[in-house]
Ligand binder design. Structure first.
Ligand code: SAM
Length: 479
């Protein structure tokens, strides 16, 4: 039976409830009146505390996703853009993945790390190699990483991951620093989540891959990841271990996207109902070609238009949840979805273990083909030319604004006085230390134009002072 507050996977991600949701959505997908009503419910509203958005239930959101009346789809896009504009503005947070180890005991049939793949050399970074990778990432300008590793209790035990985190945070090369390390490792115990929290991680990210239990079990035929309940209940254990920023995701292409979409929102509703805080981020990876993986072998791939609609509907449904897109997607696709709700993108990524320290992009241990192969500098420039503000900000988590405290900031409309100057300060650091002359010129003009938009006068003056100090060589200011 469906119970949003249950701690059992099959009750909070309830198959019958998803089927009933999909049926409801199908029945109402041409019901203009209902769709208008749903859009109205989700619209940003002025309240005593500022501008707030109510979000949508998985049922309402599924009606929007199913709707194929072009005029209504346009309205969905317009609302998604409006919500994005309200809470995220033009800022796009930058990050890069760091692959620590591709040793893995699982058999995920879509992932080249699966234990039976003899085509890829197995590699695990030593601490000296982690240091090299981090220096290379810092020299690109990155301040925020997502750590990735296969699941292998012998080769990649939690102690190894913790040691790597310690190394990552300890390295200060020139003006560089990694100020936030998010972690994407397999589902683990409350005790291990507590250790990750103590190590100072940012978000704990774990993709569900698919919410469809039967498919899940077929796609993960053996190994610890085979256990659907253990995997699906991981975020509850993470929160019990004290981590309050968690990141959800589905690997689109494995099962039917409408099913996944409903499951994803039910998962978000569950976290909110049980822990009082929804997911910090949602990632939307799509299945890609990789060593011994042919994505055409999977029947449920989605085209770019459907992908864009999913992103817009997520933006409307969970307005306070950041949305992440990786270099799995091409420049063209990224351009299209940025305005619909994406708030974080990776740049200059290498998905191979030890990939950054090499001059040439190595392919032998790549987790998947990277579509967007531009450098970080090219992406930063491209974003600014497109009207966005690339941000290297990590302030919220370092100021203790995690979980519901970050959402509170959104709700009281302090973003323009907080996130906006923080984005500009970190962009200034980037321009100063890492940008090409052309990128720097575009960036400095952008900062001059944008800094005057900080509404609070005192805050604006302080930000101008910080900018001046950064230009003179000081670093790491934040609100
Ligand atoms: N091993 C960890 C786990 O089991 O959750 C996480 C690390 S794994 C390197 C990160 C993610 O890559 C997986 O959760 C999966 O969604 C994604 N992935 C795996 N194979 C992929 C492929 N062929 N194309 C795109 N993404 C893929």
């Amino acid at each position: 039976m469906y119970d949003v507050k249950s701690l059992k996977a099959e009750e909070f991600i309830n198959h019958e409830e998803i089927l009933a949701t999909l049926e409801y959505a199908e029945t109402n997908k041409n019901n203009k009146e209902l769709i208008e009503e749903i859009l109205e419910k989700a619209r940003p509203k002025k309240t005593g505390r500022g501008v707030e958005c109510a979000g949508l239930s998985h049922r309402d959101a599924s009606v929007l996703l199913a709707c194929d009346i072009p005029e209504m789809t346009e309205k969905i896009y317009t609302l998604a853009k409006e919500i994005k504009e309200n809470f995220y503005g033009d800022r796009i947070v930058m990050f890069a993945p760091l692959y620590l180890s591709n040793y893995c005991v699982n058999q995920c049939v879509y992932c080249p790390y699966h234990i039976q793949n003899k085509e890829i050399p197995r590699k695990k970074l030593t601490q000296a190699e982690v240091e090299k990778e981090v220096i290379a990432l810092q020299d690109m300008g990155h301040k925020r990483l997502a750590i990735e590793a296969g699941e292998d209790p012998i080769n990649n035990p939690i102690e190894y991951i913790l040691e790597c985190i310690k190394t990552i945070y300890s390295i200060k090369h020139k003006n560089g620093a990694i100020r936030r390390a998010n972690v994407n490792i397999a589902a683990t115990t409350v005790e291990n989540y507590r250790k990750l929290k103590e190590a100072g991680i940012g978000t704990y990210i774990l993709f569900q891959e698919t919410y469809h239990k039967e498919s899940y079990e077929e796609l993960h035929p053996a190994g610890p990841k085979h256990n659907y309940a253990y995997h699906t209940e991981a975020m509850d254990r993470a929160m019990e271990g004290g981590i309050d920023d968690v990141g959800l995701g589905v690997l689109f292409g494995l099962d039917k996207y409408k099913y996944e979409f409903a499951g994803l929102l039910m998962h978000a509703e569950h976290l909110e109902a049980v822990h009082g805080v929804g997911p910090h981020t949602i990632s939307v990876p799509r299945l890609k070609r990789a060593s011994d993986i042919d994505p055409t072998q999977f029947d449920n791939g989605i085209d770019d238009d459907t992908f864009a609609k999913i992103i817009a509907c997520i933006r409307i449904s969970v307005p306070y949840t950041g949305m992440i897109i990786s270099t799995r997607e091409s420049e063209e696709c990224r351009k299209k979805v940025l305005k619909l709700g994406i708030s974080q993108i990776s740049g200059g990524s290498r998905t191979s273990v030890g990939g950054y320290a090499n001059e040439e992009r190595p392919h032998d241990t790549e987790q998947f083909d990277v579509s967007d192969q531009r450098t970080l500098d090219e992406i930063v420039k491209w974003l600014m030319e497109g009207g966005y503000i690339p941000s290297f900000c990590t302030a919220c988590y370092r100021e203790g604004r995690t979980g519901d405290r970050f959402m509170a900031l959104c709700k009281v409309g302090q973003i323009q006085n907080c996130c906006h100057p923080n984005a500009l300060l970190t962009l200034q650091e980037y321009l100063q230390d890492y940008a090409s002359p052309e990128t720097r010129k575009i960036g400095e003009e952008l900062i001059d134009r944008e800094i005057v938009k900080v509404p609070d006068e005192k805050r604006r003056e302080k930000a101008l002072d910080y900018l001046e100090k950064i230009r003179k060589g000081e670093r790491d200011f934040r609100f």
